[in-house]
Design a protein around this ligand. Sequence first.
Ligand SMILES: Cc1cc2nc3c(=O)[nH]c(=O)nc-3n(C[C@H](O)[C@H](O)[C@H](O)COP(=O)(O)OP(=O)(O)OC[C@H]3O[C@@H](n4cnc5c(N)ncnc54)[C@H](O)[C@@H]3O)c2cc1C
Length: 444
Amino acid sequence: MPYKTNQDTRSTGNPWVPSIDAFKGGSLSGDIQCDYLIIGAGFTGLSIAYNLLKQFGQEKKVVLIDSHTLGSGASGRNSGMLGPGIGAPFHRLEKKFGPEKARTMFQHTLDAVDSSIALIKREAFDCDLTVGSQFKVSTNSSNDQQLRLESDALHRNGFELNTYDEHSVQAIVNGPRYRYALEYSNTATINPVKLLRALAEKITALGGEIILNSACTELEEGHAWVGKKRINFERAVISMNGFSHSLGIQKGRVIPVSTSLMMSSPLSEQQRQQLALKTENAVIDNRKIFNYFRLTADNRLIFGGGAPFYSTSGIIAEQRRGSDGPGSVYKELSAGVNKYLPDLTGLHIEKVWTGTIGVTLDNFPVISSYRKSIDSVIGWCGHGLALSLAYGAAYAQQQKESSSQTGLYWHRKKAPYLSPIPLLPIASNSYIRYLNIMDNLRGG
Ligand SMILES: Cc1cc2nc3c(=O)[nH]c(=O)nc-3n(C[C@H](O)[C@H](O)[C@H](O)COP(=O)(O)OP(=O)(O)OC[C@H]3O[C@@H](n4cnc5c(N)ncnc54)[C@H](O)[C@@H]3O)c2cc1C
């Protein structure tokens, strides 16, 4: 399969980045004072800033800083699939937490998708919003059984969803290996970079200040340092997700992990027919190390997943420079296309890229108070788009009510501990390798 990187976008490795680069933000000329300082301008930080400004208007000064450009972490690099789910498949949540708690958790994620779509519509954010369905598909007898258990548990708990057998799943996507599908309806796809920019412009219009290329280097009760410049705050929120360890937050607990995507040229009419996937639908397979895909508004295939890997500081620097990631990434993603979408021929891949997410051992985020005046909202794992986008409204509400109690499981002091820092790369990569072997033993 040919692979050619588009020279126009090679400087970023991410086709959507030029639209973010056009957003410049303000600059930090000296020490400043604010009511709320938000550290990290991904969807979590932007959502919190937007909602605080909506809640308090000009009454509170809201400042958002980022070490790099807008959305230069996971938010500007993801596949733009807004779907439900958190922690584990529903039947496992039910087993671990009991039906009531599991229902609350899952409903929370459905609400996050709804409120994200509602926000985009209400503010008329131009981000190629396409509402449709997300299909979870099985690929072998083992994950097929798991998917059926999940769908039974969801039905039993009153969640309405369609399921598809081996034959009818082919009408959703032409993937001969797919055995069964579960449909989450009213999900959506977006162009995340367009949304980041629209949100950032709205925040600025509401009176918020976004300061880019300004890394927080030290954080204390009531003040933060950006190099030698000091920012005094009443309250701060750390929204640095997979980069939080650089400030010593949830070290060894929220692990920086790289995941990968590639994007094709626009598909021809013949390729659209070979794929048989509607633009409004997205597909995720049910393996432990899974693939997922969707079409963009201009009919490009975005295909992602494969084995993630620990993000060393060198890998993060490469991502920021716009590297395509190791050659193995393209090889693995291409192998995924060939294996699961074998009838799709002549695919021309234009771009490959990786991004760093914050992963916890139990796959739940961790929302906590780091210090008396500092909150931390991180560890969204692989499915944080809708959740991080929706989170700001809950945060602003809590601030208004001066409360910190939500009752949600992931509002907790700490995520589970994986290993001491020097062993993290080995521990993380070994665990990922183990999951991959399990999938392969079960037939892929
Ligand atoms: C390839 C890929 C595909 C994905 N696909 C999906 C998907 O389809 N659906 C889904 O739900 N989720 C997906 N995700 C996950 C989703 O993108 C994340 O969960 C979400 O974007 C997290 O947003 P965030 O704002 O918390 O973190 P980030 O976007 O990572 O933001 C953290 C920010 O903190 C900044 N920062 C770091 N250090 C400092 C510092 N010292 N000072 C100031 N700022 C700092 C970073 O520059 C960054 O901008 C995907 C992720 C990747 C990488």
